[in-house]
Design a protein around this ligand. Structure first.
Ligand code: MN
Ligand code: MG
Length: 627
């Protein structure tokens, strides 16, 4: 008979992780005022309880983008919310063990972030967000503690308890300083995530951590080392000394078939370069579960094996309808009830009327009235802002992106406002981000360049071929901006001029055709005032040697500006004629994935002779469009 006393102690240890919850506390869509089976920490909480019950030893961590991203977050940021941010209260109630900052933690400003952090009952760590950058990582002054070592007692296979020291550090994409530069009103700096991680791992090992885990608010990215990379997961996994890696930010699911064939990925085990790795989707779609088997060896612990899985809260049925796999956690339901009621009341406030439906179902193939409304509000705001200044004679242009275009956000991720009464939730649906207004000066040549960057997100089409994909899958659809005030066509038979990082990849490539201002070819030297938002200007500032000249800015959110526009008009009229179109490509068709309710608006795209191809597995509705 085997002598158990001589067997080395073995511990099953589990790390549970959420990421990119974006204030999705309940399984509810506040824009449409209806339940949503694919979101909500209340459902994830049920998975957490189940996963905790399966093993004796576990930690629960959150990987950031927690307090921004939906009407509940906006309500809290507006100062009308609960004394403690409901998402912080929820993580406290769930017994969260540690967390890090996502880039969107900064989106409502430093004051809001500091008030939220004052209420956490768990450590929040960040190794690369700094108050002062030193010559090397060890010389940095960090905004928060770089890492934490959690001293836990864990049970082995016989039930005997052992001390275990778990080191956890955090990382945020350094780009947040540009993206949210307008809201970060303190002198912050950031360090490359891989550099900061290498230092944090070394510190944790020297301080006697038995396990080292990264809360990395970053996607997988590529294997090629790029300093300051936004998505650095693959590079982090290659660092020695890391036992587990929690990723996020990219709103993807890892492990999942989406990553089949990617280098260094083992989908059966859930590892990246051998490191157990998880990315738990978005808005509470999944719970990340990392399992490690630890063996006591020579006075320390060795990770004998490890792996990861992402457990979903819902699955699609045969008709592409999302079905819940778990029920709400009753504790979180009770905790969320007052905030839920207050946000729904706020969202139900009447604001005005619209004569036309406003939706984003076809915003990537057609100049949508929804975008023209937002562009008009920005134009009106800028005209008032420059009145009486040296800029008042500049022609005004206005740049808008559709934001909700399906994609990783799923078939419900479209703006949909029917004609009729406009409620607050509709206005939120039209502009989901807490961006503030900013206006800059551009030349005619820069206007063309702006548009070329935007339309680089489309796939290149082969003329004469049927059923092609419309988008380059590497690009998020929300980046496809249109500019109102000029007219142009988009030629998708031409190659893209820019790549996802904004690098010029084909200097000969032009997709923008017939760019006209006031009915004549645009003068490349002419100057224009462009109304846009703080995020876009931050991205430009990071990219360009000479920053753009800002002529108007302010603390008002774009949603406030939209509210003023609606209040001034009472009934929103039909929008002005389209300013852009896809260049016709006879004999060529594309297949687009849009929301199921798009079927009610096929007249909008009649010129493409749309054919309804039915639902996809994920619940999108497919159309064939003839270009
Ligand atoms: Mn996010
Ligand atoms: Mg993020």
């Amino acid at each position: 008979m085997k002598d158990l006393s001589s067997t080395a102690p073995t511990v099953a240890f589990r790390l549970l992780a959420t990421s990119d919850l974006h204030a999705h506390l309940l399984a509810w869509d506040y824009y449409a005022d209806r339940p949503s089976e694919t979101v909500g920490l209340a459902r994830v909480a049920a998975l957490i309880a189940a996963a905790r019950a399966e093993v004796g030893n576990s930690l629960y961590v959150d990987n950031g983008d927690l307090i921004e991203g939906n009407p509940l977050a906006d309500h809290q940021a507006g100062g009308q919310g609960a004394p403690v941010h409901p998402m912080i209260a929820a993580l406290n109630a769930l017994g969260c063990d540690a967390a890090t900052l996502g880039n969107h933690e900064f989106s409502h400003g430093m004051g809001f972030l500091r008030r939220a952090l004052a209420d956490v009952r768990y450590p929040v760590v960040s190794a690369n967000m700094l108050t002062r950058k030193g010559a090397t990582p060890r010389d940095d002054d960090t905004l928060l503690p770089r890492y934490v070592i959690l001293d836990r007692m864990v049970a082995d296979q016989t039930g005997a308890l052992h001390p275990l020291r778990v080191g956890i550090f955090g990382l945020t994409p350094p780009q947040v300083l540009d993206w949210d530069g307008a809201r970060i009103d303190e002198p912050l700096a950031a360090r490359d995530m891989v550099e900061a991680a290498a230092h944090a791992i070394a510190c944790l090992r020297s301080e006697g951590a038995d396990l080292v885990m990264a809360l990395a608010h970053t996607g997988l990215g590529g294997a090629q080392a790029v300093r300051g990379a936004e998505n650095a997961g693959v590079l982090l996994a290659a660092l020695p000394g890391l036992d587990a890696l929690v990723l996020g930010h990219a709103h993807q699911v890892f492990p999942s078939p989406d990553f089949a064939g990617c280098g260094g990925v083992d989908l059966d085990r859930g590892t990246l370069h051998g490191v157990p790795t998880v990315m738990p989707g978005t808005h509470g779609s999944h719970l990340g579960v990392i399992d490690l088997t630890l063996v006591r060896e020579g006075g320390g612990w060795r990770v004998q094996r490890g792996g990861a899985e992402a457990r979903p809260i819902a699955a699609c049925d045969a008709k592409g309808q999302a079905r819940a796999l778990v029920e709400d956690d009753p504790g979180l339901l009770a905790l969320a009830a007052p905030a839920h009621r207050a946000v729904r009341d706020w969202m139900a406030q009447p604001i005005g009327q619209t004569a036309v439906p406003l939706h984003s179902f076809f915003a990537l193939v057609d100049d949508a009235p929804m975008q023209r409304l937002i562009a008009g509000a920005q134009t009106r705001h800028l005209r008032a802002a420059v009145a009486g200044t040296q800029w008042s004679d500049l022609p005004i242009l206005s740049a808008v992106a559709p934001f909700k275009t399906g994609g990783r956000g799923g078939p419900r991720n479209f703006t949909h406002v029917p004609a009729g009464p406009l409620l607050m939730r509709h206005v939120s649906d039209l502009y989901i981000f807490p961006n503030t207004f900013t206006a800059i000066i551009l030349t005619g040549a820069e206007v063309e360049d702006w548009l070329e960057r935007a339309v680089s997100a489309y796939a290149r089409l082969m003329p004469g071929r049927p059923d092609q994909a419309l988008l380059d899958p590497a690009f998020p659809g929300f980046g496809i901006e249109m500019i109102a005030g000029v007219s142009y066509a988009v030629d998708l038979a031409a190659p893209a001029r820019y790549d996802l990082q904004g690098n010029l990849v084909d200097p000969g490539a032009r997709r923008i055709r017939d760019l006209c201002f006031a009915g004549r070819a645009i003068d490349p030297e002419a100057r224009f005032a462009l109304a846009t938002n703080c995020y876009r200007v931050g991205v430009m500032r990071a990219r360009q040697a000479t920053p753009p000249q800002v002529i108007a800015t302010g603390a008002e959110t774009m949603r406030d500006i939209l509210l003023h526009q609606i209040a001034a008009q009472q009934v929103l009229p039909a929008a002005p004629p389209p300013g852009w179109r896809l260049q016709p490509l006879p004999g060529t068709s594309v297949v687009i994935e849009t929301g199921p309710e798009a079927a009610g608006y096929m007249d909008d795209i009649a010129r493409f002779r749309p054919q309804n191809l039915g639902p996809t597995e994920r619940g999108f509705l497919c159309f064939r469009l003839n270009l």
